[in-house]
Ligand binder design. Sequence first.
Ligand code: IPD
Ligand code: CA
Ligand code: CA
Length: 260
Amino acid sequence: MISDRLAIAEDAARLAGALLRDRLGTDLHARAKDISTNLVTEADTASETLIRQVIASELPEEAVLGEEQGEGAGLGGRRWIVDPLDGTTNYAHGYRCFCVSIAYEEDGVLQLGVVYDPMAGEMFRARRGKGADCNGRALQVSDCRHLRDALLVTGFPAHDVSKPLANLGPFADFMRQAQALRRDGSAALDLCYVAAGRMDGFWEPGLHAWDIAAGALIVEEAGGRTSDYRGGPLVIDGEQIVASNGRIHDDMLGILRPHA
Ligand code: IPD
Ligand code: CA
Ligand code: CA
């Protein structure tokens, strides 16, 4: 049952979050994965191993796609999608903006997502069709109706040198039209902040499924909207995401469509 899986996801996220919190500021042995901006630390790997152990101890036959250890085979269209540490660069610098993100899908449809911020002690959760909450309080996107009043957040992908630069055009356009922009370094938390009404919209190119799967469902279940840059349905490994409170979505697309 999905509710059992939600409990498993929460358990795994809490344990992994505690591990990250405990290791923060210790010797992390950060190293570059492919290019110098794309980091991995021992904490990323340890966190993913722990999450895999928790899932496997309850549901040994289910596939897990994790950022650091790839995809394991599973049965029946059921798959977990795990980012064991979203915000690695922040983490490696001791900047306390990072989280654990765990989603679960059936036949390509996201069913649940949890994002845990161990420093703030915030557990964001959503189940398809059942709403979203943070530490038990229902989440609701903001009421902001105009870009000029909107606080927007984005990111610059770390794993490909050309992609961050490609986001400078939209960044400049939004800077002219929105109230303010932020770049905080954890896409999963950016999405949860949109769901919580702390931010009004988020966009980013070049992200992977593990960065956004849980957060996108949390936004949708909090009453928000997600899409690609053209306004089509979000594809979690499609490397383009726009997420908003829904009210400013079309205005965001107006800026992003030419960059699709
Ligand atoms: C990164 C974060 C960041 C985003 C990068 C991602 P990681 O994930 O989500 O906000 O801008 O594109 O790669 O590498 O810290 O898990
Ligand atoms: Ca990530
Ligand atoms: Ca990661």
